[in-house]
Design a protein around this ligand. Structure first.
Ligand code: F6R
Length: 613
């Protein structure tokens, strides 16, 4: 969803804004623009359709000098991607210029009100309406930016992170937030705002998180926060240190973020495992507030998440049920709001999110809170909205994930759930100390086993050639492999645009087999010893209908004779095979995307952090 940046200081604002927008491009990339205040009366606005590079090219031929400005990269909601709909937007006299991430749901009603007051509109966007509404209140009541912003906020339904410039306040940039993420940072004689940390990491790692219904201003030497009453609340705000390296947002030696992030997995998983093991190699969730006694008291687990994070939940729930003796229920966060099942007061709800900002997931968290169910967030972004509102937070240590398709965050979420399940099983007396130790030992081997898979990357790269021209690919598996296959299928479809679906292998005969013919590739995942023979039968079913099969199995099994192509992964405890199986399948998706000439970091129509419903 859109990215916004703001800068005020002594440097050329356009350079800081463009760099920030490049860093935020993963949030949206159908158009972009900046507004730079060149002097107290002149604001230059430059916009272009397409990726940020188009904007950079356009700006390079213009002479824009100013030390204050705001910028935006867009993922369109209201109004098609076009230069006119791109932000920044402005009131007709440029009294208010602004950028916005979010959606104003009642914009039509607000627009009609403004039309009655002689405002006219040049774009199809809800943002233009919001900017003009602020301008309307500012002028009508002559009340200054804070009160004008607050009045407009009260009238608007939906979500927003806003950065604004007012003609009469040329030494400040104003901001406001509800629902969409926004951070503020202070440097030496300069201040910044952005949707997300990567935009600012090369300048500072100390940020303020803006809370809902707060607004404020940044100037060269001062940051101010106000509440909805217009009261100054600056003293109540806390500066948060982000422990990500500035370098971690660069591609380094890699052509794309996605392949860099795939290769970062062994290290990221190691760091994440270490964060939850104490010096005696015992699992430690106490440092995040979860005691053994509390774990013992739980008699059900709920898991809520979207997309890949939901797929982590599907794997995790099976492990929980396998070893802890209690039930786990996994639900798409976007569907949970429509469900009305009885919630067990002794349950813990696990909320999984890389960004910590996904709206559907956040709403699932709020619904749990309303039902008095304790929540544990498994999240990659410290200080994000979900981590701030959850009862407990288990951070993943994947570092910033920039590619739209998640890889390393997915893998880190998996290991946190493994460790959590083992701690839960042990505290409930479902596993003894020797099983506890051996499970931890198995998890500790994951990073090195992933390394060995990555060392064979070229095999997968060649195999990807078999997929490039396919129209349909099916992933099949049973049990944990089925849960894993859903993630593998999502990876392939989102970055290669090949239609792909995942099926429980036992379901093929209930309908899907009719789709199988010579043109179809089936990727069969069979890492579970007790399900192996059944899976082999499913492969035979596919082969006998002419389908081509790539099988993926651990190196202690051999299905080469039954399939057309074979991928092997190192043997590991069957509970943890998803951590290994996903690696070649991420690579397969990546190289298929590359083979089709697609930019895997920025698949069309998608954005990384989904802050709308
Ligand atoms: C797919 C992908 C998405 C996210 C989903 C949830 O590769 O990345 O499916 O998993 O949008 O995002 P978070 O984890 O940020 O809540």
């Amino acid at each position: 969803m859109c990215g916004i940046v703001g800068y005020i200081g002594n440097n050329n604002a356009k350079d800081v804004l463009l760099e920030g927008l490049k860093r935020l491009e993963y949030r949206g990339y159908d158009s972009a623009g900046i507004a730079v205040r060149c002097d107290s009366s002149l604001v230059e606005i430059v916009k272009s359709e397409g990726k940020i590079d188009n904007l950079v090219k356009k700006i390079s031929s213009l002479n824009i000098n100013g030390t204050k400005g705001i910028g935006h990269s867009r993922w369109s909601t209201h109004g098609k991607p076009s230069e006119i709909n791109a932000h920044p937007h402005h009131s007709d006299d440029y009294n208010v210029v602004g950028v916005h991430n979010g959606i104003i749901e009642n914009y039509q009603e607000l627009k009609e009100k403004l039309l009655r007051h002689d405002y006219s509109f040049y774009s199809e966007t809800d943002t233009e309406v919001l900017i003009k509404l602020i301008d309307y209140y500012y002028k009508k009541y002559n009340i200054g930016p804070v009160d004008a912003i607050n009045k407009a906020i009260v009238r608007s339904r939906g979500s927003f992170a806003l950065a604004l410039m007012f003609k009469d306040y040329s030494d400040q940039i104003w901001f406001a937030k509800k629902g969409s993420p926004l951070i503020i940072a202070k440097g030496e004689g300069e201040s910044f705002l952005a949707s997300d940390v990567p935009a600012l990491l090369s300048y500072t790692n100390k940020v303020y998180y803006v809370d809902d219904f707060e607004c404020g201003s940044i100037s060269k030497n001062e940051i101010k926060f106000y509440d909805l009453n217009g009261d100054d609340i600056t003293d109540t705000k806390k500066l948060v240190s982000i422990d990500w390296e500035a370098d971690s947002v660069n591609k380094g030696i890699y052509p794309y973020y996605m392949i860099k992030e795939i290769h970062e997995q062994p290290e990221a998983i190691k760091e994440t495992i270490n964060a939850y093991l104490d010096k005696n190699n015992n699992i430690d969730f106490l440092h995040i507030g979860i005691s053994e006694k509390y774990l013992k008291s739980l008699d059900e687990i709920y898991i809520y998440a979207c997309g890949s994070a939901y797929h982590v939940g599907l794997v995790g729930a099976q492990i929980i049920e396998n070893i802890t003796g209690i039930n786990a229920r996994v639900e798409l966060a976007s569907e949970f709001k429509y469900r009305n099942y009885h919630m067990n007061p002794n349950a813990l709800a696990i909320i999984i999110s890389q960004s910590g900002e996904t709206k559907d997931t956040y709403e699932a968290l709020l619904k749990c809170k309303e039902s008095n169910i304790k929540t544990l967030a498994i999240c990659n972004v410290k200080g994000s909205t979900i981590t701030r509102d959850a009862d407990f937070t288990a951070l993943t240590y994947a570092g910033p994930e920039i590619a739209v398709a998640t890889t390393k965050a997915y893998s880190c979420q998996l290991v946190v759930l493994y460790l959590f399940s083992i701690a839960l099983a042990f505290s409930k007396g479902q596993i003894d100390i020797s099983r506890y130790r051996s499970l931890i030992e198995d998890i500790s081997t994951i990073p090195q086993k992933i390394e060995s898979i990555l060392n064979n990357e070229s095999t997968i790269q060649s195999l990807a050639q078999r997929l490039v021209n396919k129209k349909d690919v099916f992933f099949i598996g049973r049990g944990i492999d089925y849960a894993l296959s859903m993630e593998a299928s999502l990876k392939l479809k989102e970055i290669s645009y090949i239609h792909s679906d995942s099926y429980a292998a036992g379901e093929l005969k209930h309908g899907t087999l009719s789709l199988i013919d010579e043109s179809v590739m089936v990727i069969a995942i069979l890492t579970q010893p007790d399900l192996f023979e059944k899976m082999v039968s499913n492969i035979v079913e596919v082969k006998s209908r002419g389908g081509k099969v790539i099988s993926l199995t651990t190196d202690n099994f051999n299905v080469q004779v039954k399939s057309d192509y074979n991928i092997t992964i190192p043997t590991i405890n069957p509970l943890f095979t998803p951590s290994l199986s996903i690696i070649p399948l991420q690579l397969l998706a990546y190289y298929t995307s590359i083979g089709k000439g697609i930019d895997p970091d920025k698949p069309k129509n998608l954005a990384k952090s989904v802050t709308v419903e």
